[in-house]
Write a protein that binds this ligand. Sequence first.
Ligand code: C2E
Ligand code: MG
Ligand code: MG
Length: 530
Amino acid sequence: QMLGYDEADIGSSTEEAMKLMHPDDFESVVEEVQLALADVLKSYVNEHRMLCKDGTWKWVLDRGMVVSRDENGKALRMIGTHTDITERKEVEKLIWHQANFDSLTGLSNRASVREFLIQEVGRCRREGGMFAVLFVDLDHFKEVNDTLGHIKGDELLIEAAQRIRRCVQDDDWASRQGGDEFTIVLARPTTVERIEAVANRLIEVLSERFTLGENQAFVSASIGITLYPNDADDVDGLFRNADQALYESKRSGRSCFSYFTPLLQESAQARMSMANDLRVALAEKQFYVAYQPIIELATGAIHKAEALVRWAHPVRGLISPADFIPIAESTGLIVEIGDWVFRQAAQQVKLWRQRYHPEFQISVNKSPVQFHQGHLIRQSWAEHLLELGLPGQALLVEITEGLLLDPRPEVIRHLRELRAHGIGASLDDFGTGYSSLSYLQKYDIDFVKIDQSFVRNLSQESKDLALCKAIVVMAHELGMKVIAEGVETELQFQMLLEAGCDYGQGYLFGRPVPADELDTLLAGPKRAAG
Ligand code: C2E
Ligand code: MG
Ligand code: MG
């Protein structure tokens, strides 16, 4: 009945029943039954498939035992049960699938690649051999996701997974780690030549165009590679190494692969120890703010300065913000540090407004992390200015292009709030990123800061001069003013002035210095133009 047969359909012999068993399960059932008959097992339990009348298979749980034997011990009678466990088996299969596979791409998932590696390490420890772990991260995936939406983003991931699968062989392992990260294990025996061939192939296929419905998108791939047993002999070590190597690929411009090296290990450790030191730096008053004057080129007047944080480390001395800001960003500490810099700058601008010029303005750098985690600060910057009796115009917030390319709702709200309080915004390092002026207008940017890399190479014949001029013209048309960064020579100054640039900042006019030193410059004679 359970299998859908009528009494007349099948006989009542054991052989008849055996015929309905799935051939793959047959042997194990016979074995169990034999052991019970021979009195080796008191009872047996077995799960196997049985053929139904309609041609489908059902999973059956058999329990059985011998209940009577003759004087020689030969089994005479057996009792038992057959239970339909098909549903349970299906649920188990589903759970197993969910636990081991990524539901979006169908690749195996983080948990199962870990399991596989544990086994692979065990096998290689016994039998020798090497294998490689590759971390693959898609570059610019976030932009695709943000501009085309999550559905197209998912489509891209599915297609990327298929391309990745085609780059590896059957006994290799490709899995999705989460987000736009994939892990590949190139199983032994593997050679450096093969590893590099696969890495290059991955970069190549992932850089090809993705067609997502009527949209097209391009990404690329950064890869970190580590080898067992050369770099590490356990799974955690391999993961850590591959991650550091991946970080190195991202750092050196993306769309490339890097091997893990002991040097990477060192620099990762240095980053970690710096992160630890950063945690106490605020409490121990190791930071101070330096101010760099911003000159109005046509008049030489100084009514602006940029606040730049400085870290006087008790052992390592002065550490450049270029070295510690990225770490402060990745640990989230930048929110607190940045807030502290802002409060210092607010106090300072109040003083300089009273002492030198009623419209003195200080620029404060604000990194994207500060925008995304803005809710963590005690009080909004606008409120704090209000408390000090300062108008929003006393402050200028310097942001980078990356922030505008990733316009999350909280970022837009934040920018609008600044604007509502009269706080200006200026775009830092212009020319190093996407360099599109179109969104500047959309977000009400007041100043564009031309990056020092352009200013450095200024000469009459250089392309950079033409570029500076073009930026100035476009910025002016959009109602923005231009500040040139990194002005070091009199010649650069003259050329910028000719190009129509409004402001300049650089060693020629003054280095970033503590507030009291800038005081001296502000009190001195004004710099004349020309
Ligand atoms: P930035 O905002 O583009 O600042 C300009 C950088 O150029 C400063 O480096 C400054 O010292 C340097 N500089 C100025 N004039 C010249 C020049 O004539 N020649 C050359 N070669 N360099 C010049 P600094 O102070 O090392 O800061 C590096 C970066 O760190 C800043 O770049 C900014 O992005 C970030 N930063 C600094 N302070 C803060 C802060 O309080 N918060 C945040 N979020 N970032 C900060
Ligand atoms: Mg800046
Ligand atoms: Mg800059």
